[in-house]
Design a protein. Structure first.
Lengths: 779, 121
């Protein structure tokens, strides 16, 4: 081909190339044509478009025109290497003759064998620098004309344009991708913010209903294009769903869906039943999947898509969160994730609300329990504090008010057995305004002729429960209108009647009543009622026992007193007669005289016993009165010894006295004489055959009287007991008397302001020491 | 009119009346017994005044205290000496207002009884 022959055809080719460039043909199409056009412009056998690869730092072949062996020829491609490298570096066309150019020395033989005698390398220059090289392999060694070079350069420019465009395209694509990434990231950020807003709102929702509300509102806000958001929950029966909250949609549009069955052919029901989310991307899909769905009044424009995600508590579906949309929705993975997350948040919040609810209820229960335990404790203290049982029972009943009941009654049974009498002893009300009215019930004690709950409790010994009272039923058969009216006015919605039982005996009944129907008794209240009743019963029993015991003791003491006085009367006559007998025998028959003496002795013993008896009742009744006078203790003791000479001699007890000449004090002579007598007789009783030491001395403002015997002694554990009334250290059979000698002695001594003590040990005899106060001024 | 030999015993217990009767009769006195204050007043209304009245205090109905009140209020009877028989050992103090001529505590000591009777009758 001659250079000139190209001139006419080239504009057309150029135009075609430009067109190709203008339309979005890829470089794989355009570049070969450019390479060809350039090659033909300079009469080259082949043209290769090389691009610069920054990573390799080398020029690589992009597209080419020409025979394969020429195109694949390993022309030096490195920067600065070969004519191509040089052209790239210098930005100027380079012509290299194969035979002579040292840059091509390596490939000379090959190139010559292929018929290439020169290579023209044209730089492909972009706006910001070289983009590559256009390498043309010529058969001729002659340099091309400058025209030809110019023409070829033109194609090099086109190649530059193509490459640049390619580059820009690439960047645009990347920018688009990046922008899509940003968009996506923005969307993610927005969704995250929504979820956080939802979480924050849910944190404040404490009850299940509050949670439902928050979820519906927040869900509606967070999900774009949602026409409505609603939350359904499964009821206790496990089969019914109810709409717990909704947002958006037509006002009242969810009314029809207040309650519907799980299997009613609804997408939301399906979500709960199958525990899987339901995604319906279009109205058609909805209708196709759920043909029975009554959509009559739902405007289609609000139902272009539907989604329902199940809500879990403890891994079980308890409901679902659903959305209706205004447009079709593809429900891509991100959207699904978002909605499923909302469902999860709702489930967690509900779980938390449920736990909080439970916790609150437990706390209230614990609080109520604690108050009741406190009540029982307080009641226990009150009940133990006093033996005035009627008063304490009323106070105990008051404890039940407020904590357990609104009003309370206590009935007792007296004279159990043949003819029991029922008495209402307490009627109390929490409201002071009702105090008068409730006391009217005191007039209506339980009547055995009517089968009332109170009476039943007493009769059966079992608590009567009437958690729900529809008509006044505390006294079931209330024929008395006044009675019924009182109960009606007090208000009776619920009551418990529990028997008061102590030690197997029914003492009465305690009844607890509540006035308000919304606050009835429940099973949990029963143990408290019964426990309080138990304590009241015990208190009652104790008080009664105490009363009985006190009465018994009083009766006994009265009897002793009466007995003493009664005995004294015949004794008086007896003594008179005996004494008369003694005197009347002027010249007595010795035997008769001796017998009479014995009778006199018996009379004296009897008299002493009666005196002791009367002493006991007198001292016990607190009527021990001392008649003090100036008494010489020494003289008193000596005459006591003389008076008891006979029994002392009979016992073989010699009394050895160690005493000053006198010791005067201000005491009751008669009573002191009694004390000395008791001590001496005691010593004779328990230490016969042994001497008794009696010592008297004054010591530091006290008069001491010490009586010491050498008998069996008194064991340590008995020493406190012997001073008690009716106590003996040894059995009753062996020694007569009432056993009160030492008791009387102590009462008398202590009434004088003195003390009496014993020092002894088994087998070591006993030493009794009486200390009496001596007046400080000299007599 | 007074009779040195007569003693009126006012005592509700039969055995005591009997014993007192026996003893005082042995001593040579004439003894009359009544059961209570009312009978005593009746007797005194129908008989000459005795030398001495032995008066039990604790009698059912018209007791010794009441009798003494009436007796002291009646000039015809007021001067008859009275010895009180009482179970109370501290009769002297507690019954000072009786202003009796003597106090004997039950059970009565024979010597004391004879002593006070001889002194007054």
């Amino acid at each position: 081909m001659t250079p000139g022959a190209r001139t006419e055809v080239e504009p057309a080719r150029l135009a075609a190339l430009l067109e190709a460039l203008a339309t979005e043909r890829g470089i794989e199409e355009v570049l070969p044509r450019i390479a060809r056009a350039a090659a033909e412009a300079v009469g080259a056998l082949a043209g290769v478009v090389l691009g610069y690869d920054e990573g390799l730092e080398a020029l690589t072949s992009l597209q080419a025109f020409g025979p394969p062996e020429l195109v694949d020829c390993p022309v030096a491609r490195r920067r600065g290497q070969g004519p191509c490298g040089l052209a790239f570096e210098t930005h100027r066309p380079q012509l290299a003759a194969v035979e002579s150019d040292p840059l091509l020395a390596e490939r000379r033989e090959r190139l010559l064998a292929l018929g290439v005698h020169s290579i023209l390398a044209l730089p492909i220059l972009g706006t910001n620098g070289p983009l590559g090289v256009l390498s043309l392999s010529r058969p001729s060694a002659d340099p091309p004309t400058s025209e030809a070079v110019t023409r070829a350069s033109l194609f090099a420019h086109l190649a530059a344009l193509a490459l640049e465009r390619e580059r820009l395209s690439e960047r645009a694509r990347q920018a688009a991708v990046e922008s899509a990434d940003i968009h996506s990231a923005l969307q993610k950020a927005r969704r995250l913010a929504s979820l956080q807003a939802v979480t924050a709102s849910l944190a404040e929702a404490l009850t299940v209903d509050e949670v439902a509300q928050v979820v519906a509102v927040q869900g509606y806000e967070a999900v774009t294009e949602a026409s409505a958001c609603f939350l359904v929950l499964l009821e206790a029966d496990g089969e019914t769903l109810r709409v717990a909250a909704s947002r958006g949609g037509r006002p009242g549009g969810f009314e029809r869906w207040r309650r519907f069955g799980l299997g009613a052919g609804t997408p939301v029901g399906a979500a709960v039943r199958t525990d899987r989310a339901v995604w319906l991307r279009s109205y058609e899909e909805i209708v196709a999947a759920y043909p029975e769905l009554p959509l009559g009044d739902v405007s289609r424009s609000n139902l272009e898509a539907f989604a329902a995600v199940p809500i879990h508590q403890e891994n079980r579906p308890v409901g679902a969160l659903a959305f209706t949309f205004r447009t079709h929705k593809a429900f891509d993975a991100e959207k699904r994730d978002f909605l499923l997350t909302l469902g999860r948040l709702a489930g967690q919040a509900m779980e938390r609300a449920r736990l909080y609810d439970e916790e609150r209820r437990r706390r209230l229960d614990a609080e109520a329990s604690r108050r009741r335990m406190q009540m029982l404790a307080d009641a226990g203290i009150v009940l133990a504090s006093s033996l005035d049982w009627e008063d304490t029972v009323v106070r105990a009943a008051r404890f039940a008010l407020g904590v357990l009941a609104d009003w309370c009654l206590v009935d007792v049974v007296e004279n159990g057995g043949e003819s029991p009498v029922y008495r209402r002893v307490a009627a109390v009300h929490a409201d002071p305004a009702q105090a008068e009215r409730v006391r009217e019930l005191l007039r209506f004690p339980p009547d055995p002729s009517r089968p009332t709950a109170v009476f039943e409790a007493m009769r059966t010994g079992r608590t009567q429960l009437h958690f729900e009272v529809s008509a006044p039923g505390l006294d079931a058969d209330v024929s008395d209108h006044a009675h019924a009216e009182v109960i009606r006015r007090l208000g009776l919605a619920s009551f418990i009647s529990t028997p008061l039982v102590a030690r197997g005996r029914t003492l009465g009944a305690m009844s607890f009543a509540r006035s308000r129907p919304d606050h009835r008794f429940v099973e949990a209240d029963v143990p408290f009622a019964e426990e309080l009743a138990r304590r009241v019963a015990l208190a009652l029993e104790n008080a009664r026992l105490f009363e009985d015991a006190t009465r018994a003791v009083r009766a006994r003491d009265e009897f002793l007193s009466i007995a003493g006085h009664e005995l004294r009367t015949p004794l008086t006559a007896l003594q008179l007669q005996i004494q008369s007998l003694r005197r009347s025998e002027a010249a007595p028959d010795p035997r008769r005289a001796a017998r009479i003496e014995k009778v006199a002795h018996h009379g004296a013993r009897l008299s002493a016993l009666v005196d002791e008896l009367l002493d006991i009742s007198q001292i016990t009744a607190g009527h021990l009165e001392l008649v003090p006078s100036e008494v010489d203790l020494v003289a008193l003791c000596r005459s006591a010894i003389e008076r008891d000479a006979a029994p002392l001699e009979r016992a073989g007890c010699e009394v050895r006295v160690e005493a000053p000449a006198r010791l005067v004090g201000r005491w009751d002579a008669g009573r002191l004489g009694q004390v000395v007598h008791n001590l001496l007789i005691n010593a004779a009783k328990y230490a016969p055959g042994q001497p008794i030491d009696l010592r008297i001395e004054a010591h530091e403002g006290e008069a001491h009287l010490v009586v010491r015997d050498r008998g069996m002694g008194i064991a340590a554990e008995d020493q406190a007991r012997i001073f008690k009334r009716f106590e003996r250290a040894v059995s009753t059979r062996h020694f007569g008397g009432f056993g009160v000698g030492l008791w009387i002695a102590r009462e008398v001594v202590e009434a004088h302001g003195g003390r009496i003590e014993v020092e002894s040990g088994t087998g070591r005899g006993a030493t009794f020491t009486v200390r009496l106060p001596l007046p400080t001024e000299s007599p | 009119m007074s009779n040195d030999d007569v003693i009126l015993v006012v005592e509700d217990d039969y055995d005591i009346r009997d014993a007192l009767s026996d003893i005082l009769e042995d001593e040579g006195y004439g003894v009359f017994c009544v059961e209570n204050g009312r009978e005593a007043l009746e007797w005194l209304g129908e008989h000459p005044a005795p030398a001495l009245i032995l008066l039990d205090l604790m009698m059912p109905g018209f007791d010794g205290f009441r009798f003494r009140e009436v007796q002291r209020a009646d000039p015809a009877l007021a001067r008859i000496p009275v010895v009180v028989l009482t179970a109370d050992r501290r009769a002297h103090e507690h019954q000072a207002d009786l202003e009796a001529a003597g106090y004997l505590t039950k059970p009565v000591d024979l010597d004391e009884l004879l002593d006070v009777v001889r002194r007054l009758a």
